[in-house]
Design a protein around this ligand. Structure first.
Ligand SMILES: CC(C)(COP(=O)(O)OP(=O)(O)OC[C@H]1O[C@@H](n2cnc3c(N)ncnc32)[C@H](O)[C@@H]1OP(=O)(O)O)[C@@H](O)C(=O)NCCC(=O)NCCS
Length: 178
């Protein structure tokens, strides 16, 4: 893995889906500003950036990754090993540039994360998404995750009702990597 040089992130509308050699490296604090600048756009204009704090880039670099091509970050994953349950890992955020989706980059980042946390002693990976994020639900299902702790549904999507604030429902995913 290459791990040097200041990362760059080009705006969403200036990348055309080129597919050549990609490089997966750890995420760094220097990735925070460029990623935060585009993340709402990547999420389809959802106001999401406040959910991705800088501390993840600073304190969870060893289990967080960027995938880049020619110095441009095309995707990232922010995850960590649970402090409470050392055999469990959690993926907090994953995002792929809109022009580079459905080409296996998300799978590549997840595979890198699984491999990394398995070496750290993890046997289980968890992740959480919103029931309105049907793309994320489809992706996690294809990646072998199952939905757990279902207490109801939102617009037909099985989920954990009121998981965060009242009215903030979530889909809780779990996958064994042992
Ligand atoms: C969800 C996301 C990370 C997937 O990344 P990706 O690089 O497009 O996914 P991949 O190409 O690696 O796909 C892996 C598998 O999931 C499937 N998949 C991915 N997105 C899908 C979608 N929107 N609908 C149906 N299936 C999907 C692929 O077909 C593939 O299945 P296969 O390998 O069996 O053919 C990407 O769409 C994204 O960044 N979305 C916006 C941000 C977001 O919602 N993040 C998740 C919540 S934090």
């Amino acid at each position: 893995m290459g791990d040097s040089g200041a990362p760059k992130l080009i705006p969403a509308d200036s990348v055309d889906g080129v597919d050549s050699a990609m490089n997966v490296r750890h995420l760094h604090e220097t990735d925070y500003d460029p990623i935060i600048a585009v993340i709402d756009d990547w999420w389809g204009d959802r106001k999401i950036s406040y959910l991705l704090p800088r501390v993840l880039f600073v304190h969870f670099s060893s289990t967080s990754f960027a995938i880049e091509e020619a110095g441009a970050v095309l995707g990232f994953l922010a995850g960590f090993v649970s402090q409470t349950y050392p055999d469990q890992a959690y993926i907090h955020f994953v995002g792929i540039h809109p022009n580079h989706r459905r080409g296996g980059l998300g799978r590549q980042l997840y595979s890198t994360f699984f491999e990394t946390v398995r070496k750290l002693g993890c046997t289980t990976v968890r992740s959480i998404t919103s029931p309105l994020n049907t793309g994320s639900i489809a992706f996690h299902t294809r990646m072998g995750f199952e939905v757990e702790r279902v207490t109801g549904e939102w617009q037909g999507v099985p989920c954990t009702v009121n998981y965060e604030l009242k009215g903030e429902h979530r889909v809780l995913f779990v996958k064994s990597i042992s």
